[in-house]
Write a protein that binds this ligand. Structure first.
Ligand code: HEM
Length: 409
């Protein structure tokens, strides 16, 4: 395997930099063998092969060729004009890329248009909670997914976190936008471009001595890794909404799941790994996500920058300490301590005690009577501004581009 050889050669050749000094130990293999059954997937059956050993061969080979032949700048220029789902691909693309994209942009046979429409309604209704949860539950969680943190840190986008966040935010925005998967929406375009970017990263990162030194794998972004990150998005968001007792009708919750199932398919995940229901998603998440969460030096740096973003919106209510307390509240002490987030004597207990009643009041399930009314307004202000922080990173137009190199360290 090329990646493996290159990794061995780099290590043996002593090309490794000081980055090695940072490396913390992370699990290299599963603690338990892969047992999640494809019967719990949208495909309903499958080989049962461990997704940690599966990448995206069609896209990977194609994009590696584009990079090696120096065709990426031209492709990026052409793809900048491809922005909406229903739009024809631009003329002039290499024919193998065009063929692949025509195939990759098709919605799966099992896509359910009615459910996708319901998902849009759900996103509209719950935009505020979704904004804050994508940003501070999923976003912060991504910094304690060791493989993702390292890939992001050492890839080209790692040097400009703000830019990277705005691009990832675009996916959260597109999936929640009015026409997500419709002809005038952008979700299909975003997913297909992201699939190509991930293929580029698989080719490039094994050439980074810094990544090679810190990584516990030879090729990044396996199908397992994509599902890990996927669970940090919809599965985690739905877990919090459920814990907060936000009333969500069954068909809306199913529709939200469906919109993310379609996204996983378009990102190149095999149907046999895409959970068919929330219980199946939760059981897969318990196997792939929960056991691997751990702080790394790279993740801690990314988290620190993420916590600093709020100050641009409102220094007082979105200061690093307040966002840190919210992260601790959402993700727990183990993760917060791992990221060296200080404890907050006021906000930690306030969130623990008042968040549940605050949501109940917002949802009309409880009336705000003193002494609840003061924390209510404070938390409401926080909720609105925190969601805005995340959306403010979304400076349109954003163009997702294939990288041609790793981060310049
Ligand atoms: C790029 C989303 C999984 C690592 C991107 C981009 C998006 C995205 C929208 C393009 C934005 C950009 O260019 O920065 C997602 C989603 C995932 C997922 C929705 C799963 C559901 C992963 C995983 C890893 C990863 C599992 C690593 C283990 C990266 C890297 C880039 C990238 C390194 C390129 C950053 C750069 O250098 O520009 N991803 N991603 N992603 N993703 Fe993912």
């Amino acid at each position: 395997m090329d990646g493996l050889n290159r990794r061995g050669a780099l290590k043996a050749g002593g090309i490794l930099g000081a980055a090695g000094a940072f490396t913390l130990v992370a699990p290299t293999v599963r603690a338990q063998p892969w047992t999640w059954s494809p019967q719990g997937s949208v495909a309903g059956s499958g080989s049962g092969v461990d997704p940690m050993t599966v990448w995206d061969p069609e896209a990977d080979q194609l994009v590696a060729g584009l990079i090696d032949r120096g065709e990426v700048p031209r492709v990026n220029e052409l793809l900048r004009t491809w922005t909406t789902n229903g739009q024809a691909l631009p003329a002039g693309l290499p024919s193998d890329l065009r063929d692949f994209m025509e195939y990759a942009r098709r919605l799966p046979q099992w896509a359910d248009q009615a459910a996708l429409t319901t998902a849009i309604e759900f996103n509209k209704k719950r935009g505020l909670y979704l904004g804050v949860l994508y940003g501070f539950a999923s976003g912060m969680m991504s910094t304690v997914i060791p493989r993702e943190a390292r890939s992001v840190y050492y890839s080209k986008g790692g040097h400009d976190l703000k830019d990277r966040i705005s691009k990832t935010a675009k996916l959260g925005y597109d999936i929640g936008s009015n026409n997500a998967y419709a002809a005038d929406g952008e979700m299909v375009v975003t997913c297909v471009k992201t699939r190509l970017v991930h293929a580029a990263v698989r080719h490039l990162l094994p050439q980074s001595p810094h990544w090679v030194q810190s990584a516990d794998e030879s090729i990044p972004i396996s199908q397992n890794d994509i599902m890990v990150t996927w669970h940090s998005l919809p599965t985690t968001v739905m877990k919090h909404l459920t814990n907060w007792k936000v009333p969500i009708p069954h068909h809306e919750s199913e529709a939200f799941l469906h919109s993310w199932q379609v996204a996983a398919h378009l990102l190149g995940v095999r149907d046999e790994y895409i959970p068919k229901s929330w219980p199946d998603a939760n059981s897969q998440s318990a196997q792939v996500l929960d056991p691997i969460l751990a702080a790394t030096p790279e993740g801690a740096k990314l988290a620190d920058r993420l916590l600093g973003l709020g100050a641009n919106i409102d220094f007082a209510i979105l200061s690093k300490p307040v966002l840190g307390a919210f992260t601790r509240f959402l993700l727990g002490d183990k993760i917060a301590d791992g990221l060296a987030i200080p404890r907050e004597p006021v906000w930690d207990p306030l969130l623990q005690v008042a968040w549940g009643p605050f949501i109940a009041v917002r949802e009309g399930l409880l009336s705000a009577v003193p002494p609840m009314s003061d924390p209510y307004w404070l938390l409401d202000e926080f909720l609105r501004k925190a969601a805005l922080t995340y959306l403010a990173e979304l400076r349109l137009p954003i163009s997702i581009e294939l990288p041609t190199m790793n981060r310049d360290m």
